[in-house]
Ligand binder design. Structure first.
Ligand code: CP
Length: 334
Protein backbone atom coordinates (compact mmCIF):
# COMPACT_ATOMS: atom_id res chain seq x y z
CA UNK A 1 0.00 0.00 0.00
CA UNK A 2 1.30 3.48 -0.87
CA UNK A 3 1.53 5.78 2.13
CA UNK A 4 0.69 9.39 1.42
CA UNK A 5 3.25 11.61 3.13
CA UNK A 6 3.47 15.40 3.40
CA UNK A 7 7.09 15.88 2.38
CA UNK A 8 6.83 18.55 -0.31
CA UNK A 9 3.89 20.53 -1.69
CA UNK A 10 5.01 19.59 -5.21
CA UNK A 11 3.78 16.04 -4.44
CA UNK A 12 0.26 17.39 -3.85
CA UNK A 13 -2.08 18.63 -6.57
CA UNK A 14 -3.24 22.22 -6.58
CA UNK A 15 -6.75 20.96 -5.85
CA UNK A 16 -5.47 19.05 -2.79
CA UNK A 17 -3.62 22.15 -1.57
CA UNK A 18 -6.78 24.24 -2.01
CA UNK A 19 -8.71 21.67 0.06
CA UNK A 20 -6.07 21.86 2.82
CA UNK A 21 -6.29 25.66 2.83
CA UNK A 22 -10.11 25.57 3.01
CA UNK A 23 -9.94 23.12 5.90
CA UNK A 24 -7.34 25.33 7.63
CA UNK A 25 -9.63 28.35 7.27
CA UNK A 26 -12.43 26.27 8.82
CA UNK A 27 -10.17 25.29 11.74
CA UNK A 28 -9.36 28.99 12.17
CA UNK A 29 -13.09 29.70 12.59
CA UNK A 30 -13.74 26.62 14.75
CA UNK A 31 -10.70 25.69 16.76
CA UNK A 32 -11.72 22.36 18.29
CA UNK A 33 -12.70 19.08 16.63
CA UNK A 34 -12.48 15.29 16.98
CA UNK A 35 -10.63 14.58 13.70
CA UNK A 36 -7.62 13.14 15.57
CA UNK A 37 -9.52 11.39 18.36
CA UNK A 38 -7.50 8.37 19.47
CA UNK A 39 -4.67 9.34 17.10
CA UNK A 40 -1.12 10.32 17.91
CA UNK A 41 1.89 11.90 16.27
CA UNK A 42 5.60 11.69 17.13
CA UNK A 43 7.45 14.94 16.46
CA UNK A 44 11.19 14.43 16.01
CA UNK A 45 13.28 17.57 16.28
CA UNK A 46 16.93 17.29 15.27
CA UNK A 47 17.05 21.13 15.45
CA UNK A 48 15.44 23.81 17.64
CA UNK A 49 11.91 25.12 17.11
CA UNK A 50 9.40 27.40 18.76
CA UNK A 51 6.48 27.76 16.30
CA UNK A 52 6.53 24.30 14.71
CA UNK A 53 6.74 22.42 17.97
CA UNK A 54 4.11 24.52 19.77
CA UNK A 55 1.63 24.57 16.90
CA UNK A 56 1.86 20.84 16.19
CA UNK A 57 1.51 19.89 19.86
CA UNK A 58 -1.47 22.19 20.37
CA UNK A 59 -2.97 21.35 17.00
CA UNK A 60 -3.02 17.63 17.79
CA UNK A 61 -4.54 18.30 21.19
CA UNK A 62 -7.23 20.63 19.82
CA UNK A 63 -8.40 17.86 17.45
CA UNK A 64 -8.51 15.23 20.21
CA UNK A 65 -5.11 13.69 19.44
CA UNK A 66 -1.81 13.43 21.27
CA UNK A 67 1.71 14.53 20.34
CA UNK A 68 4.99 13.12 21.63
CA UNK A 69 8.08 15.30 21.15
CA UNK A 70 11.49 13.63 20.81
CA UNK A 71 14.90 15.20 20.31
CA UNK A 72 17.20 12.42 19.08
CA UNK A 73 20.67 12.70 20.59
CA UNK A 74 19.30 14.83 23.46
CA UNK A 75 16.30 13.28 25.20
CA UNK A 76 16.11 10.24 22.89
CA UNK A 77 18.84 7.94 21.53
CA UNK A 78 20.98 9.23 18.71
CA UNK A 79 20.09 7.67 15.34
CA UNK A 80 22.33 6.17 12.64
CA UNK A 81 21.21 6.72 9.02
CA UNK A 82 24.01 5.00 7.07
CA UNK A 83 23.07 1.57 5.72
CA UNK A 84 25.42 -1.35 6.39
CA UNK A 85 27.61 0.67 8.73
CA UNK A 86 29.37 -0.68 11.82
CA UNK A 87 27.71 1.38 14.52
CA UNK A 88 30.72 2.07 16.71
CA UNK A 89 30.11 5.84 16.91
CA UNK A 90 27.71 7.99 18.94
CA UNK A 91 24.38 6.67 17.58
CA UNK A 92 22.73 3.98 19.72
CA UNK A 93 20.10 2.84 17.22
CA UNK A 94 19.38 2.70 13.52
CA UNK A 95 16.65 4.47 11.57
CA UNK A 96 15.43 1.04 10.38
CA UNK A 97 14.34 0.30 13.96
CA UNK A 98 13.37 3.83 15.04
CA UNK A 99 10.93 4.43 12.17
CA UNK A 100 9.36 1.00 12.42
CA UNK A 101 9.01 1.05 16.21
CA UNK A 102 7.47 4.54 16.19
CA UNK A 103 5.09 3.37 13.45
CA UNK A 104 3.76 0.74 15.87
CA UNK A 105 3.07 3.43 18.49
CA UNK A 106 1.82 6.46 16.58
CA UNK A 107 -0.26 7.29 13.50
CA UNK A 108 2.04 9.95 12.00
CA UNK A 109 5.65 11.06 12.37
CA UNK A 110 6.89 14.63 11.92
CA UNK A 111 10.59 15.25 11.21
CA UNK A 112 12.72 18.40 11.44
CA UNK A 113 16.28 17.89 10.19
CA UNK A 114 18.25 20.82 8.82
CA UNK A 115 21.21 20.49 6.45
CA UNK A 116 24.63 19.95 7.99
CA UNK A 117 26.01 22.91 5.93
CA UNK A 118 29.19 21.10 4.89
CA UNK A 119 28.35 19.60 1.49
CA UNK A 120 25.25 20.72 -0.36
CA UNK A 121 25.51 17.68 -2.67
CA UNK A 122 24.91 15.55 0.45
CA UNK A 123 22.37 17.82 2.15
CA UNK A 124 20.21 18.10 -0.98
CA UNK A 125 19.50 14.34 -0.73
CA UNK A 126 17.38 15.07 2.37
CA UNK A 127 18.51 11.74 3.79
CA UNK A 128 16.94 11.96 7.25
CA UNK A 129 13.45 12.73 5.94
CA UNK A 130 13.70 10.19 3.13
CA UNK A 131 14.93 7.51 5.53
CA UNK A 132 11.90 8.00 7.76
CA UNK A 133 9.66 7.79 4.68
CA UNK A 134 11.48 4.61 3.59
CA UNK A 135 11.17 2.69 6.84
CA UNK A 136 8.00 4.06 8.46
CA UNK A 137 4.64 2.47 7.88
CA UNK A 138 2.71 5.64 8.80
CA UNK A 139 2.62 9.06 7.07
CA UNK A 140 5.63 11.35 7.49
CA UNK A 141 5.27 15.14 7.76
CA UNK A 142 8.18 17.44 6.87
CA UNK A 143 8.65 19.89 9.75
CA UNK A 144 11.48 21.61 7.78
CA UNK A 145 14.41 19.91 6.18
CA UNK A 146 15.52 21.39 2.84
CA UNK A 147 11.98 22.64 2.21
CA UNK A 148 9.33 23.82 4.68
CA UNK A 149 5.91 22.81 3.29
CA UNK A 150 3.91 23.65 6.45
CA UNK A 151 5.31 27.18 6.30
CA UNK A 152 4.29 27.38 2.65
CA UNK A 153 0.66 26.68 3.48
CA UNK A 154 0.63 29.17 6.37
CA UNK A 155 2.24 31.79 4.13
CA UNK A 156 -0.16 31.37 1.24
CA UNK A 157 -3.18 31.36 3.57
CA UNK A 158 -2.00 34.67 5.11
CA UNK A 159 -1.52 36.15 1.63
CA UNK A 160 -5.00 35.06 0.56
CA UNK A 161 -6.47 36.57 3.73
CA UNK A 162 -4.79 39.93 3.07
CA UNK A 163 -4.76 40.15 -0.73
CA UNK A 164 -7.55 37.85 -1.95
CA UNK A 165 -6.75 36.46 -5.42
CA UNK A 166 -3.00 36.01 -5.78
CA UNK A 167 -2.62 35.34 -9.50
CA UNK A 168 -0.21 37.79 -11.16
CA UNK A 169 0.45 39.71 -7.97
CA UNK A 170 4.08 40.84 -7.87
CA UNK A 171 5.84 38.72 -5.25
CA UNK A 172 9.44 39.44 -4.19
CA UNK A 173 11.47 36.89 -2.26
CA UNK A 174 14.34 38.99 -0.98
CA UNK A 175 17.55 37.61 0.48
CA UNK A 176 18.57 39.49 3.62
CA UNK A 177 21.77 39.62 5.61
CA UNK A 178 22.27 37.39 8.66
CA UNK A 179 25.53 36.87 10.57
CA UNK A 180 25.38 33.13 9.88
CA UNK A 181 24.68 31.19 6.68
CA UNK A 182 21.14 29.84 7.06
CA UNK A 183 19.09 27.03 5.53
CA UNK A 184 17.63 27.55 2.03
CA UNK A 185 14.47 25.61 2.95
CA UNK A 186 12.06 28.53 3.35
CA UNK A 187 13.44 30.24 0.24
CA UNK A 188 12.98 27.04 -1.81
CA UNK A 189 9.48 26.73 -0.43
CA UNK A 190 8.57 30.37 -1.07
CA UNK A 191 9.50 30.08 -4.74
CA UNK A 192 7.53 26.87 -5.16
CA UNK A 193 4.33 27.99 -3.47
CA UNK A 194 4.23 31.52 -4.90
CA UNK A 195 4.61 30.22 -8.45
CA UNK A 196 2.10 27.47 -7.70
CA UNK A 197 -0.48 30.18 -7.07
CA UNK A 198 0.34 32.00 -10.32
CA UNK A 199 2.19 34.94 -8.84
CA UNK A 200 4.79 36.96 -10.74
CA UNK A 201 7.81 36.09 -8.64
CA UNK A 202 11.13 37.93 -8.39
CA UNK A 203 14.00 36.29 -6.55
CA UNK A 204 16.11 39.21 -5.29
CA UNK A 205 19.58 38.18 -4.11
CA UNK A 206 23.05 39.78 -3.95
CA UNK A 207 24.84 37.79 -6.68
CA UNK A 208 24.13 34.81 -8.98
CA UNK A 209 25.79 32.57 -6.35
CA UNK A 210 22.72 33.08 -4.13
CA UNK A 211 20.41 31.44 -6.66
CA UNK A 212 18.66 28.43 -5.17
CA UNK A 213 19.20 24.79 -6.03
CA UNK A 214 18.24 24.00 -9.66
CA UNK A 215 15.73 21.42 -8.43
CA UNK A 216 13.63 24.15 -6.78
CA UNK A 217 14.31 26.77 -9.45
CA UNK A 218 13.05 24.23 -12.01
CA UNK A 219 9.93 23.44 -9.96
CA UNK A 220 9.24 27.17 -9.74
CA UNK A 221 9.76 27.69 -13.49
CA UNK A 222 7.48 24.77 -14.29
CA UNK A 223 4.85 26.06 -11.83
CA UNK A 224 5.02 29.53 -13.38
CA UNK A 225 4.35 28.10 -16.85
CA UNK A 226 1.50 25.88 -15.63
CA UNK A 227 -0.17 28.57 -13.51
CA UNK A 228 0.24 31.65 -15.70
CA UNK A 229 2.79 33.42 -13.48
CA UNK A 230 6.47 34.17 -13.95
CA UNK A 231 9.87 33.79 -12.30
CA UNK A 232 12.68 36.37 -12.58
CA UNK A 233 16.04 36.66 -10.82
CA UNK A 234 17.20 40.16 -9.93
CA UNK A 235 20.19 41.67 -8.12
CA UNK A 236 18.78 45.21 -8.29
CA UNK A 237 16.98 46.20 -5.10
CA UNK A 238 15.11 49.23 -6.40
CA UNK A 239 13.59 47.66 -9.53
CA UNK A 240 12.70 44.46 -7.63
CA UNK A 241 10.76 46.31 -4.91
CA UNK A 242 9.03 48.70 -7.31
CA UNK A 243 5.25 48.05 -7.49
CA UNK A 244 5.51 44.80 -5.51
CA UNK A 245 2.45 43.46 -3.68
CA UNK A 246 4.35 41.04 -1.43
CA UNK A 247 7.81 41.28 0.12
CA UNK A 248 8.93 38.01 1.70
CA UNK A 249 12.33 38.13 3.39
CA UNK A 250 14.71 35.28 4.16
CA UNK A 251 18.43 34.87 4.64
CA UNK A 252 20.34 31.90 3.30
CA UNK A 253 23.88 30.74 2.63
CA UNK A 254 25.13 30.63 -0.98
CA UNK A 255 25.21 27.01 -2.14
CA UNK A 256 28.67 27.12 -3.83
CA UNK A 257 30.23 28.04 -0.47
CA UNK A 258 28.98 25.08 1.59
CA UNK A 259 31.84 23.93 3.82
CA UNK A 260 33.96 27.05 3.19
CA UNK A 261 31.75 29.68 4.75
CA UNK A 262 34.67 31.94 5.66
CA UNK A 263 34.91 32.75 1.93
CA UNK A 264 31.20 33.55 1.69
CA UNK A 265 31.14 35.79 4.76
CA UNK A 266 32.64 38.90 3.08
CA UNK A 267 30.00 38.72 0.33
CA UNK A 268 27.24 38.50 2.93
CA UNK A 269 28.75 41.37 4.93
CA UNK A 270 28.89 43.53 1.80
CA UNK A 271 25.11 43.17 1.38
CA UNK A 272 23.86 44.22 4.82
CA UNK A 273 21.91 46.92 2.97
CA UNK A 274 19.47 44.23 1.75
CA UNK A 275 17.72 44.64 5.13
CA UNK A 276 14.03 45.43 4.58
CA UNK A 277 13.36 49.03 5.61
CA UNK A 278 10.74 51.72 5.16
CA UNK A 279 12.49 53.32 2.18
CA UNK A 280 12.41 50.04 0.25
CA UNK A 281 8.79 49.33 1.27
CA UNK A 282 7.85 52.82 0.00
CA UNK A 283 8.79 51.67 -3.53
CA UNK A 284 6.14 48.96 -3.46
CA UNK A 285 2.43 49.05 -4.26
CA UNK A 286 1.56 49.13 -0.54
CA UNK A 287 2.98 45.61 -0.25
CA UNK A 288 2.45 43.30 2.66
CA UNK A 289 5.66 42.14 4.32
CA UNK A 290 6.25 38.75 5.87
CA UNK A 291 8.90 36.43 7.21
CA UNK A 292 8.67 32.86 8.52
CA UNK A 293 10.25 33.86 11.89
CA UNK A 294 12.39 33.77 13.92
CA UNK A 295 13.73 37.14 12.73
CA UNK A 296 16.58 39.30 14.03
CA UNK A 297 15.20 42.85 14.16
CA UNK A 298 17.30 45.59 12.57
CA UNK A 299 19.36 42.91 10.84
CA UNK A 300 16.82 41.35 8.46
CA UNK A 301 14.07 43.97 8.78
CA UNK A 302 13.79 47.21 10.74
CA UNK A 303 11.58 47.75 13.77
CA UNK A 304 9.44 50.08 11.65
CA UNK A 305 8.78 47.35 9.06
CA UNK A 306 8.08 44.70 11.71
CA UNK A 307 5.70 46.99 13.60
CA UNK A 308 3.94 48.26 10.47
CA UNK A 309 0.29 47.30 9.87
CA UNK A 310 1.49 45.83 6.53
CA UNK A 311 3.61 43.24 8.38
CA UNK A 312 1.68 39.94 8.37
CA UNK A 313 4.37 37.73 9.92
CA UNK A 314 2.30 37.14 13.08
CA UNK A 315 -0.74 36.13 11.00
CA UNK A 316 1.45 33.73 9.05
CA UNK A 317 2.82 32.26 12.29
CA UNK A 318 -0.71 31.83 13.65
CA UNK A 319 -1.71 30.05 10.46
CA UNK A 320 0.87 27.35 11.13
CA UNK A 321 -1.53 26.01 13.76
CA UNK A 322 -4.50 25.91 11.38
CA UNK A 323 -2.77 24.48 8.31
CA UNK A 324 -1.01 21.74 10.28
CA UNK A 325 -4.31 20.65 11.79
CA UNK A 326 -5.62 20.42 8.22
CA UNK A 327 -2.60 18.35 7.14
CA UNK A 328 -2.85 15.96 10.12
CA UNK A 329 -6.61 15.53 9.67
CA UNK A 330 -6.19 14.89 5.93
CA UNK A 331 -3.44 12.31 6.37
CA UNK A 332 -5.64 10.41 8.82
CA UNK A 333 -8.52 9.96 6.35
CA UNK A 334 -6.49 8.78 3.36
N1 CP B 1 9.05 29.23 11.16
C1 CP B 1 9.37 28.18 11.93
O1 CP B 1 9.40 27.04 11.49
O2 CP B 1 9.59 28.50 13.23
P1 CP B 1 10.32 27.55 14.32
O3 CP B 1 11.73 27.34 13.79
O4 CP B 1 10.27 28.30 15.59
O5 CP B 1 9.59 26.25 14.37
Amino acid sequence: MTIHHFLNTQDWTRSELDTLLSQAAEFKRNKFGRELEGRSIALLFFNPSMRTRTSFELGAQQLGGHAVVLQPGKDAWGIEFDVGTVMDGEAEEHIAEVARVLSRYVDMIGVRAFPKFQQWAVDREDRVLKSFAKYATVPIINLETITHPCQELAHILALQEHLGELKNRKYVLTWTYHPKPLNTAVANSALMIATRFGMDVTLLCPTPEYALDPRYMDFAKQNAVENGGSLTISHDVESAYRDAHVIYAKSWGALPYFGRWEQEKPIREAHRHFMVDEAKMALTDNAVFSHCLPLRRNIKATDAVMDSPRCIAIDEAENRLHVQKAVMARLMVR
